[in-house]
Design a protein around this ligand. Structure first.
Ligand code: 9MG
Length: 258
C-alpha cells in the first residue's frame, strides 16, 4: 500500500503531494512500482497534528480521487463518513479509519452500504496528545483485545468480516519499545483471523532506534528492514512511502519463504 498524503504537514512527506496533479502522479508512480493500492489522505495523523474540517479534507482529496478514478486501486484514509462516501462514489475500494469506527457514528453505515473494504487501526488517545507518555501493561495483548472488540463492533454494524483488516497502529500512542514489541508479537494479531496491516515506513521509532532521540522520521533502509520483519511474522499489507524499495525487498523475502 503506497502512501499519498495530500497534506501540508504530514511527518515525512508533508507538502510533497499537496497539489492534486503531483498527488495523482505520485499515486500512478507507486502503482507502476508495484503497489497494489494507494492510500490517499487529507488529514495528517502525525503526533501533535490538529484535526482538519470536513470542507478542507474534501477540498484536498476529491481532486486527487477525480484524477485517479477508474485508473488505480484506492484506499481513502479518513475517519469522516462524508469523505468516505464521496471517495467510494469516486471508486475507492477501502476505507482506512485510524480511529477504528470510534470517531464518526455514520462511517460504519457508509462502509456497510457500499460493501467497501475496511481497515481498523489501534490508537491510544488522539493524534494531538497520543505520544505523551503512553503506557500499557501488555501492549500486544491490549492491542489484540482492542482490535477484536472493534472487529466485533464493525460486523455488528453490518460490515462483512471478510472485508475487514486490522492494524496495530505503529506510532499511535506507543513508545519505540511498544512499536517493536508489537511487530515481534504480530502472531498474536494474526491469530484474530483477519489480514494484518503494518505501517512503520519512515516513522520516528526507526530514527530513534538508530541513535537520534529527537528523530521525527526514519530512513528508507530501516523502514524496509522492519517491513520485511513484519512480513515474516504474518503481515499481509505494508503501508509504505518508498514502494520500489519495499517491493524489491519483499519479493526477495517471499522467494525465500517459497
Ligand atoms: C494514516 N496512517 C498513518 N499511519 C498509519 C498506519 O500505521 N496504519 C494505517 N492503517 N494508517 C495509517
Amino acid at each position: 500500500m503506497g502512501v499519498v498524503n495530500v497534506t501540508p504537514d504530514s511527518f515525512s512527506d508533508g507538502g510533497v503531494n499537496f497539489d492534486p496533479d503531483d498527488a495523482a502522479a505520485s499515486a500512478q508512480r507507486m502503482l507502476d512500482e508495484g503497489a497494489a493500492i494507494v492510500d490517499v489522505g487529507g488529514e495528517s495523523t502525525r503526533p501533535g497534528a490538529e484535526p482538519v474540517s470536513l470542507e478542507e479534507e474534501l477540498r484536498r482529496v476529491i481532486p486527487v480521487l477525480e484524477r485517479l478514478e477508474g485508473e488505480v486501486s484506492v484506499s481513502i484514509d479518513t475517519s469522516k463518513a462524508d469523505v468516505a462516501r464521496r471517495a467510494l462514489e469516486l471508486g475507492a475500494e477501502l476505507v482506512n479509519d485510524v480511529t477504528a469506527l470510534r470517531s464518526d457514528p455514520e462511517l460504519a453505515e457508509v462502509v456497510a452500504e457500499r460493501g467497501a473494504y475496511l481497515c481498523l487501526m489501534h490508537m491510544l488517545g488522539e493524534p494531538r496528545t497520543m505520544q505523551r507518555d503512553p503506557r500499557y501493561d501488555d501492549v500486544a495483548a491490549e492491542v489484540a483485545s482492542f482490535l477484536e472488540a472493534r472487529l466485533t463492533a464493525a460486523v455488528a454494524a453490518g460490515i462483512r468480516e471478510e472485508l475487514i483488516c486490522l492494524d496495530p497502529g505503529i506510532g499511535f500512542g506507543k513508545t519505540v519499545e511498544h512499536n517493536f514489541e508489537l511487530i515481534r508479537r504480530l502472531d498474536e494479531l494474526t491469530a484474530i483471523g483477519r489480514p494484518v496491516v503494518v505501517g512503520i515506513s519512515r516513522k520516528s521509532s526507526l530514527g530513534k532506534l538508530l541513535g537520534d532521540p529527537d528523530a521525527t522520521t526514519g530512513t528508507t533502509a530501516a523502514s524496509v528492514g522492519a517491513a520485511v520483519a513484519a512480513y515474516e511474522r504474518g503481515a499481509t499489507i505494508l503501508r509504505v512511502h518508498d514502494v520500489r524499495e519495499h517491493v524489491e525487498a519483499l519479493t526477495a523475502a517471499a522467494a525465500v519463504r517459497g
